[in-house]
Design a protein around this ligand. Structure first.
Ligand SMILES: Nc1ncnc2c1ncn2[C@@H]1O[C@H](COP(=O)(O)OP(=O)(O)O)[C@@H](O)[C@H]1O
Ligand SMILES: [Mg+2]
Length: 362
């Protein structure tokens, strides 16, 4: 039986690019995805995510570069010979075929013998928890069930690589979260490499081993969810992955563990970590890394401000605090008993450590 021997393909993009007349949808990109990895591509709409998937599966011919899958360049090879499975946002099931016929389709195209087709379809149906529902047509299935059929159809011929382009964005929040877990479990079972595109950063950080963040046809940064969150390279990455308070820096002094940054508002902030290269530098502080106090503290950094908004959101208190000079900062804490909970209009102090004061490039 299949699935056992499959450890997932590795993918190496070498200067892969795509230009539409004058439009650089994908700038020359070099990127490596490891065997068995759950790798996500995130980025705003139009950043080139689908183009990268399209050139990988073979629907879009690249303008230049190579795509090595398990060491062989697949550029120029037709999609059906690349051993890649693909799941789209719209389920793209054949509406006149049953679930089982949909799943069997890629096997029929590959001229797999009938008894083997039946066994494989049964097996993958039960893996996506649709055992006994093979006779239903797509119209008789729910949104989540249809997407499970699409997943089964993409995986039934044991592709070394499974591509998914925003597969859950048509589903409502609860179903989406349930399907995230199912896709993760499914990948563990079939041990294939997954390249997953989403514009939802929470989905990506929850599901992925590593993430590439794209912007303007370019990969801005690659790393584990924690690496990207804790060490964003630039303002874009810092703001796209989670929330970030950004202070533009006018000058930097000191070196090593004693770097201070003077912000454009005139605040002098103690920071840690290396100073990024380039002209334009900002300080980034995550909302949950600040504390909110009644009075000044001896923390590395401490700024006074006025509460302009106090909000509650699923277990957290979120404050917007206006600093002298007008910059508004977001602060976020779990809503636990005994905590200082200021009201709108109150004057408070925001405090945080130098360790949590990141310097990022432009
Ligand atoms: N067939 C096409 N012709 C011209 N421009 C295209 C075509 N397909 C995509 N683009 C452009 O390429 C850029 C990247 O698109 P895409 O990869 O679909 O982005 P994403 O999936 O991140 O939203 C966008 O600016 C888009 O308008
Ligand atoms: Mg897209």
């Amino acid at each position: 039986m299949s699935f056992e021997a499959n450890k997932g393909a590795d993918v190496k993009y070498q200067g892969i690019e795509k230009t539409y007349s004058a439009m650089q949808a994908l700038r020359p990109t070099t990127l490596e995805i490891r065997s068995g990895e759950f790798f996500s591509i995130i980025g705003p709409s139009g950043s080139g995510k689908s183009t990268l998937l399209g050139v990988t599966v073979g629907f879009i011919p690249p303008t230049g570069g190579k795509i090595l899958i398990d060491g062989s360049d697949v550029v120029g090879i037709p999609p059906y010979r690349r051993n890649i499975g693909m799941v789209f946002q719209s389920y793209s099931l054949f509406p006149h075929m049953t679930a089982a016929e949909n799943i069997a389709f890629p096997l029929r195209m590959r001229r797999v013998p009938k008894p083997e087709i039946q066994a494989k379809v049964e097996r993958v149906l039960s893996m996506v928890r649709l055992a006994g529902m093979g006779d239903r047509q797509p119209a008789q299935l729910s949104g989540g069930q249809r997407q499970r059929v699409a997943l089964a159809r993409a995986a039934v011929y044991d592709p070394g690589l499974l591509l998914m382009d925003e597969p859950l964005s048509a589903l409502d929040k609860n179903l989406r979260e349930e399907m995230q877990n199912e896709i993760m479990q499914f990948q563990q079972q079939i041990e294939t490499t997954v390249l997953y595109v989403t514009h939802d950063q929470n989905e990506a950080t929850y599901m992925s081993d590593r993430i590439a963040i794209m912007n303007n046809g370019m990969v801005e940064q690659v790393g584990t969810p924690v690496e990207l969150y804790e060490n964003p390279r630039n303002k874009f990455v810092a703001s796209f992955l989670g929330e970030a308070n950004i202070f533009a820096v006018s000058s930097i002094e000191g070196s090593g563990s004693a770097v201070t940054a003077r912000t454009e508002q005139g605040f002098v902030l103690r920071t840690a970590g290396s100073v990024p290269k380039g002209e334009s530098i900002s300080v980034c502080v995550r909302p949950e890394h600040m504390t909110i106090e009644r009075t000044k503290t001896s923390a590395d950094n401490s700024l006074e401000g006025q509460v302009v908004d106090a909000m509650f959101s699923s277990g957290h208190l979120i404050y917007r605090i206006q600093l002298q000079g007008g910059l508004t900062i977001t602060q976020k804490v779990p809503n636990v008993d005994g905590r200082f909970k200021p009201e709108k209009g109150e004057t408070v102090t925001l405090s945080w450590s130098a360790d949590r004061t990141l310097l990022v490039g432009d």
